[in-house]
Design a protein around this ligand. Sequence first.
Ligand code: ZN
Length: 288
Amino acid sequence: MLANPIPWPDGNRCAVALTWDVDADSGLNYAHPNSADNLVATQSFVRYGPSIAVPRLMEIFRRLELRLTFFVPGWVIESYPAAIELIVSNGHEVGLHGYMHERSNQLTRDEEAGVLVRSIEAYSKRIGGRPRGWRAPGFAFSKHSLDLLVNAGFDYDSSLMGDDIPYSLQGTSGQLVELPTDWTLDDWPYYMHNRDFGYTMPISAPARAMEVFRAEFDAAHTYGALWISVWHPFLSGRLSKFHAIVELIEYMRSRGDVWFARLDEICDHVRNLETRGKWRPSVVRIPS
Ligand code: ZN
């Protein structure tokens, strides 16, 4: 099925990265700057992420001995220091996810550059060092994003949907490793229902969501692909959904030969294969 299969470390059949987007109330405040303080139920709905779900995730992933990647907007890094400290001290990677969860392709190039500067400042001040990874809020990667990210020193992006395995993005300033996912592995279509977000859809049972996530995993395991979840603590960190995720992880482990990794580790693996001449990713140019 794969034209150019990638060799995974230690003979593993596939790579699994359980990644989480810790949006909290950034997007809500961005979308409703003058009324978010009066949307009290929705504030509580999304603040469940850093206050309740993140500590729960940290405890369970510590027991499962898993280290993951969390994408966090700069404003959330500044506003929820205890949750960020928990994520970092448990050995997880923090990637950036905008400053206020802005949709990059609705900004001018200068505005997008400004968001990047502000979010990197938040990261460097509160976490230290520089972020290596980026996920565009709402997958709204713009035609300028690649060059802005390359110039800002990022190593990889995980917003695009153009392959089943890592590939390379070529811009005018340089390259990024792309670690693709798609809406299938996002929890939003299954669980999100909130009028203040303008999104009211039937809520799926966790068993239905897991049926889809597991089918994607089975195919990745059979054909040697990359499986990246896009989950939100305020959705998938709730009891019944997170219970189902723990069962899914146990199922993945029972299949064997799965490389559970952070995205920075997968990025390093790709670059290492290229350097050693063991494998070459396909290349996509942006803007096309
Ligand atoms: Zn998000």
